[in-house]
Ligand binder design. Sequence first.
Ligand code: NAD
Length: 319
Amino acid sequence: MRSAVIGVGTAGSIHTAVLRERGSLCAVCDIDENKLTGYKDLPAYTDYKKMITEQKPDAVHICTPHYLHAEMIIYALSLGINVLSEKPLCISREQINAVLEAERKSDAVLGVCFQNRYNKESVFVKEYLRDKKVISAVAQVAWHRTREYYASGEWRGKYATEGGGVLINQALHTLDLLQYFAGMPEKIVSNVCNLTLSDDIEVEDTAVIQSAGGAGITLFATNGASSDMPVTVTVRTEDGLIYMIPDHVYINGAEQNLTETYAKKLGKDCYGSGHSLLISDYYRCLQNKEKFPIDGAEASKAVRLVLAAYRSGGKTVVV
Ligand SMILES: NC(=O)c1ccc[n+]([C@@H]2O[C@H](COP(=O)([O-])OP(=O)(O)OC[C@H]3O[C@@H](n4cnc5c(N)ncnc54)[C@H](O)[C@@H]3O)[C@@H](O)[C@H]2O)c1
């Protein structure tokens, strides 16, 4: 398998590191030539379409700003090239429909990088819940993002290019885990606001989402905490209370033995260690012609929840 990466910034360099280790990185692309200096041993492009035409990779990894995901996914799928895209799948309902249509028409496989599903604690909780009914699931994402962080990329902090704030970016993995563990709610109510960065960004830095009907899902998320805190997820079943933090799971107070998985931590701690596991699983599925579990429909769930949250304004809305 020959793999190419589009966008070699923060996330893209995690993908290139994993692909180099696998020996499958064949080319990279970034519109910023400065980002390409670390790839002198490879064909490097500033135009992703040219890279795809000339290199004909088996798969492209899309690690560009959010607003570009849909057009790049659709372009690659239309040429029959497999795509592993960073989250979010895309940033609007129109884009979700267009991406799912392109996926339906293509023989190629679309996967999306919700690598936290591959963290050992998530794998344990998902398996534990297999024959259990979830009554409610509550998560907290309390991180610290500064004006310097938002200034580090032109696309950050703007609806047109990031698609939103803490919900569609930092807390999206956790929102995905909530629906993965508890099921997708049909309706939600939400409020979003900007507590600390209103002079710097137009998107929300803080949000609450509560499901209406079905298993109760609650998410508290902020980029305005005084420092980064570990993400916590608490799940109540008929006979137990599960408490999940990075690398640990407690059930009714007792710490559980988690299966160790080899996964080098790459990038910030909060990314978890799932990138290399997810990328390996994606290629295993391609090679064995198995369905990759996080396809367009599955990845669109978290985006649909976020878009509903933005529509909600404190009122119950259909997801
Ligand atoms: N899964 C995770 O844990 C995780 C972590 C960080 C970022 N991400 C996701 O990765 C994506 C990128 O985020 P980032 O933090 O790496 O951003 P970044 O700004 O550091 O990197 C984006 C790169 O894309 C390049 N780019 C922009 N337009 C391009 C184009 N038309 N063609 C080619 N390259 C182009 C930029 O020059 C930049 O180098 C986002 O979707 C983000 O949500 C995911």
